[in-house]
Design a protein around this ligand. Structure first.
Ligand code: FEO
Length: 385
């Protein structure tokens, strides 16, 4: 695949993967993108996951068509992109590796036997590399998603090679909506680093960008304002859509009954969107994604071993470690004796910024009572205000 005049896609699709980064289900697989810029000097942009060494080297060789690459630009050292640096250097030993100081340190730690003496070009933030027609400028983007990350701007074709930024789950041979899987990817993987993404967006705003080439997901060529706007919303923790997320755990179905009644009442009252997650069974990453997408969240769980049910603890930790903020939260607790779940859940958000707590919460003692039904009605009313 050709992008612009001299840029070629040489990435791969992964349909074998069970869990991306060891935890995310990816029903439509994953792509690891890599690019070759054919100019007077030839640059290869990043490598791919270890399992795709042969396919990737073949893709690169086809584009090179007998030519020798001059540079391997390494924007990110995470092994989904960097695993084949040593294999590439074995195939093309005269290549110069272009990276920053942090990247070279990590490279030494990942590849203990790789000797790059005389084959390193260390770049600083803002440095440029001229390939001929193409001039590449390196912009450091620490913590988007690791500290060594840099993105690369090609001012000739106005292409931003954006590393993990603007990436998504899903292989490129599967058609699917960008927003949902890009949001689940962003919130899950980069969600904690909103401030750093904001910084990168500010730097990007000074550039004339016509194409975004990320390391995962499709190359973006049209309507770039849409993607930039989504990234701005996500990285500033703003509410993207009006709606209520109800996340629950239920052992014997009594807490679930409360959740179902609440969802029904919200729908009856015309709530724009209600999504319900059983945290023991549904995709945790999707439940986390939706909590960041919508403005209101109801958490329903039981008191368990003097704490809360483990899946709920994990869920709340997933939110707070990603800087969950600027949202409204309601609580449904169930306890057959000494209920403590509401207090514990609220306490877990102690350091979260700008949380509005509902006045109407629900306290169940074993099974739903008439009083609980009235509490749920009041909670629905308050959520719909
Ligand atoms: Fe796709 Fe942070 O690696």
């Amino acid at each position: 695949m050709k992008i612009g005049n001299d840029i070629y896609y040489v990435g791969v699709n992964d349909h074998q993967i069970d869990l991306f980064e060891g935890q995310y289900v990816v029903p439509n697989g994953m792509s690891y993108n890599s690019y070759v810029i054919m100019d007077e000097k030839i640059a290869v942009m990043d490598t791919v996951d270890a399992n795709f060494k042969d396919e990737w080297l073949e893709n690169v060789a086809k584009v090179l068509d007998g030519a020798k690459p001059d540079y391997l630009v390494v924007q990110h050292m995470e092994p989904d992109h960097a695993a084949n640096i040593e294999n590439f250097m074995k195939a093309y030993p005269d290549t110069t590796v272009v990276a920053n100081t942090k990247t070279f340190t990590m490279m030494g730690n990942f590849f203990r036997n790789l000797n790059l003496d005389g084959k390193k070009l260390v770049v600083a933030n803002g440095d440029s590399l001229t390939l001929g027609k193409h001039v590449l400028t390196f912009v450091f983007a620490p913590m988007v998603h690791w500290p060594e990350v840099m993105v690369t701007y090609d001012s000739t074709d106005k292409v931003l090679f954006s590393a993990d930024g603007f990436g998504k789950f899903g292989a490129l041979d599967v058609e699917e909506d960008w927003d949902c899987e890009a949001r689940r990817y962003y919130i899950g993987i980069v969600g904690k680093y909103g401030a750093q993404v904001q910084k990168l967006l500010k730097a990007a705003a000074t550039l004339d960008i016509q194409t975004i080439c990320p390391l995962h997901g499709p190359i973006l060529t049209e309507n770039l304002g849409h993607y930039l706007e989504k990234y701005d919303i996500w990285s500033s923790y703003k509410v993207e859509s009006e709606g209520v997320v109800i996340a629950y755990t239920s052992v014997y179905g009594n807490t679930k009954k409360a959740v179902e009644l609440l969802a029904q009442k919200l729908e009856e009252k015309g709530c724009p969107k209600v999504t319900v997650f059983d945290l023991a069974r549904d995709d945790m990453a999707k439940a986390v994604e939706d909590a960041f997408r919508y403005g209101k969240l109801v958490l329903a769980t039981i008191t368990y071993n003097g704490d809360i049910f483990p899946f709920m603890r994990t869920y709340i930790e997933n939110l707070t470690e990603r800087s969950y903020q600027n949202r409204t939260i309601g609580l449904i607790e169930n306890g057959s004796w000494a209920p403590a779940a509401a207090r514990i859940m609220q306490g877990m958000f102690e350091k979260s910024k700008n949380i509005t707590w509902l006045e109407n919460n629900v306290k169940i003692t074993s099974s739903l009572s008439e009083a609980n039904e009235a509490e749920i009605e009041a909670m629905a009313e308050e959520l719909c205000k």
